[in-house]
Design a binder for this molecule. Structure first.
Ligand code: SF4
Length: 433
């Protein structure tokens, strides 16, 4: 496999094939959040190959909780045993101690063979059975699968018919654990009484979210979930508390939506803006950075880096273009970003290396390797950024410091490259292929 990747990286860049996602199975996005919920026992309906891979990554990155699945190989599929197998998996899941919800995750094979919702029980042993359809041919990216899963849970569990909880806000998006606490601290100063962070570990949060007075998607790919809230009459606050101007605008929009005291909201927004500006003033940051990943948050990270003083000529993401991303796209284009690739392929990122000057790359594993081959410092987007705060002034400081530190390693990468080039006519392959 490494040889194949190496071949791709050293050959002239071909036109990308965008029929298939180039990241791990998109369904993993849904599985990760579904398995982390306490009282949730996933029943996964797919063939044995998918089950093997997804069980592995779910244990590794998810909740260390086992998935329950029917054994579906070619013989079972030929015999039309998908529904039967799914029902059996649901019965087994329902016997787990303390189970409250059974998400039935239906993947490529089951969706192709057919899994009618009417043939599944709505409840089993008192637990809600909730179908989550995330075949890769329809749901093209890991973040968009999260949206499908959250929407499916809310649709069943959200209590949206009773009285509202005024001044309660849903913060929607998987984020670094300290971020919702920091955001809530600021919102309480403005007069917000409670926040609900979704998707979290608590089933009750999904129930209560239906009663919230407003929802604020922190990430721009919660399209289905936002539409569901709108259908319940819950206002959706656009943007996110990211960067100097983004945070200021978001706080004011949220205050306005909830009918909070405008003077108090302005005072809190001004204070936070001053803190963010102080972060920007505290260090002169320069350098060209590429922000490329598959998490769906790349445009927002690029925005923070531009406000911190960096230049970001190129951004790419696995999610599709959507009105929810548009404000970040327009802002970036107005601040010097030359190209934004949606539903990107590795080939798009490689072509960008030839087109734009770059001092540091935040990218997928494969693309970061390609950048290092050229002596350009690079880090893996997901792991580096998921382990740091991102929102408000604290997030700006953390992200700016990380990129600054990485930029400082440029000379070492170049020295390494020169050293190996003395022994090789061709640059050494960073993947060892
Ligand atoms: S669900 Fe689809 S994309 Fe995911 S591993 Fe199975 S076949 Fe591949």
């Amino acid at each position: 496999m490494a040889d194949l990747i190496a071949l791709t990286l050293t050959q002239p860049v071909q036109q990308p094939c965008k029929l298939h996602p180039q990241s791990m199975c998109p369904a993993f996005g849904a599985l990760r959040l579904l398995t982390r919920i306490e009282g949730s026992q996933v029943a996964m309906v797919t063939d044995q190959g998918c089950l093997y891979g997804l069980t592995f990554v779910t244990h590794f990155y998810g909740s260390r909780k086992s998935l329950i699945a029917p054994s579906l190989g070619t013989a079972e599929l030929m015999d039309g045993k998908v529904v039967e197998g799914a029902r059996l998996a649901i019965e087994t899941a329902a016997r787990e101690p303390g189970v409250r919800i059974i998400p039935v995750v239906s993947l490529c094979v089951a969706e192709t063979a057919g899994l009618p919702e009417e043939l599944l029980p709505r409840q089993a042993n008192g637990a809600e059975v909730i179908l989550v359809r995330v075949p890769a041919y329809a749901i093209h990216s890991h973040p968009e699968a999260k949206d499908v899963a959250v929407q499916a849970l809310l649709q069943r569990l959200g209590d949206h018919t009773g009285p509202r909880e005024p001044k309660t806000v849903v913060l929607l998006g998987e984020v670094f654990p300290a971020d919702p606490l920091a955001i809530e601290g600021l919102l309480r100063k403005m007069g917000v009484e409670a926040t609900i962070a979704l998707p979290g570990r608590n089933v009750e949060d999904f129930v209560r979210a239906g009663r919230a007075a407003a929802v604020a998607p922190l990430h721009p790919f919660y399209k289905l979930t936002s539409n569901l809230f709108r259908s319940w009459g819950t206002p959706v606050v656009g943007g996110a508390p990211v960067g100097v101007s983004g945070t200021f605008a978001w706080l004011r929009a949220l205050g306005n939506t909830l009918g909070l005291d405008p003077d108090l909201v302005l005072e809190v927004a001004n204070e936070e803006r001053e803190r963010a500006q102080a972060v920007v003033r505290s260090q002169t940051r320069t350098g060209n950075v590429f922000v490329t990943g598959y998490e769906g948050t790349e445009l927002a990270y690029a925005r923070v880096l531009v406000e911190a003083g960096f230049t970001v000529p190129y951004v790419s993401t696995s999610i599709g273009n959507d009105p929810l991303v548009l404000p970040d796209e327009m802002w970036l284009r107005a601040h010097g970003t030359q190209e934004i690739a949606y539903r990107k392929a590795l080939e798009d990122d490689l072509q960008a290396l030839d087109k734009y000057p770059v001092d540091f790359v935040l990218g997928t594993t494969t693309f970061a390797a390609a950048a290092k081959e050229r002596g350009i410092p690079a880090l893996y987007f997901t792991n580096q950024l998921a382990s740091r705060p991102f929102f408000l002034s604290g997030g700006m400081a953390a992200i700016g410091a990380m990129v600054d530190q990485a930029l400082g390693t440029g000379a070492r990468y170049e020295a390494l490259r020169s050293y190996f080039n003395e022994f090789n006519e061709e640059p050494v392959n960073a993947l060892g292929g």
